[in-house]
Design a protein. Structure first.
Length: 182
C-alpha cells in the first residue's frame, strides 16, 4: 500500500506543477485543411456531366415511350376502322345510355340508306364522304372505349354523344346531296 500512496503523492505533485500555456503558432489552419466537408444527410453529389447524361437519357426514354404509345394507338385505330359497321354499332348500343343507343340505331338506318345512294355522287365527293365516315367511325370507337373505361365520366359521355351526332349530321347531309343529284 505504501507504493500506491507514493504514486498518489507524486501524481498530485505533477498535477500541481502543470501550467496552461498558449502554443507559439496558431494550429487551426493546418487542422482545417485536413478536415473533409460534411454534407447534410440524404444529399447526393452529382457532377454536371452525370446530370447532363441523366437528363438526355430521360428525354430519349420519354420520346421513345411516346412514339411507341402513338404507334399502338394508330394500330388500334386502324383495327377499329376496319371492323364492320354492324360490329361497331353493336358496341355502341351495348355500352351507352338509351339516348346514345337511339342515335346509333338512327345512324345505322340512315347509313344503310346512304350506302346505296352514295354511288350517285361524283368520285371526289364519294372519296371524301368515305374518308369522313371512316374518321368518325374511328372517333366513335375511341369514345366508346373511353366511356367504357370510365363509365361515370360525364365528359366521356358527352364526347360520345357529340361524335354520334356529327356522324348522323354527315349522313343526313350526304343523303340530301345524293337526293338532289339523282
Amino acid at each position: 500500500m505504501d507504493t500506491e500512496q507514493d504514486l498518489d503523492r507524486s501524481l498530485a505533485e505533477a498535477v500541481r506543477r502543470l501550467r496552461d500555456t498558449q502554443p507559439a503558432d496558431d494550429l487551426w489552419p493546418a487542422i482545417a485543411q485536413q478536415l473533409t466537408p460534411r454534407r447534410p444527410r440524404g444529399t447526393l453529389l452529382i457532377r454536371w456531366p452525370t446530370a447532363l447524361a441523366a437528363g438526355l437519357l430521360i428525354a430519349v426514354a420519354t420520346s421513345a415511350s411516346t412514339a411507341i404509345l402513338l404507334h399502338r394507338a394508330r394500330s388500334a385505330d386502324s383495327v377499329a376502322t376496319t371492323t364492320g359497321a354492324a360490329t361497331e354499332s353493336a358496341l355502341v348500343t351495348a355500352s351507352f345510355a338509351p339516348g346514345d343507343a337511339a342515335l346509333a340505331h338512327a345512324i345505322d338506318d340512315l347509313e344503310q340508306a346512304v350506302r346505296g345512294s352514295v354511288d350517285h355522287l361524283d368520285p371526289d365527293a364519294r372519296a371524301s364522304v368515305n374518308q369522313s365516315l371512316a374518321l368518325l367511325d374511328s372517333a366513335i370507337a375511341q369514345a366508346a372505349s373511353r366511356q367504357s373505361a370510365a363509365p361515370g365520366d360525364p365528359g366521356a359521355a358527352r364526347y360520345l354523344t357529340s361524335t354520334l351526332r356529327k356522324k348522323l349530321q354527315l349522313l343526313r347531309t350526304v343523303s340530301q346531296l345524293s337526293q338532289q343529284q339523282s
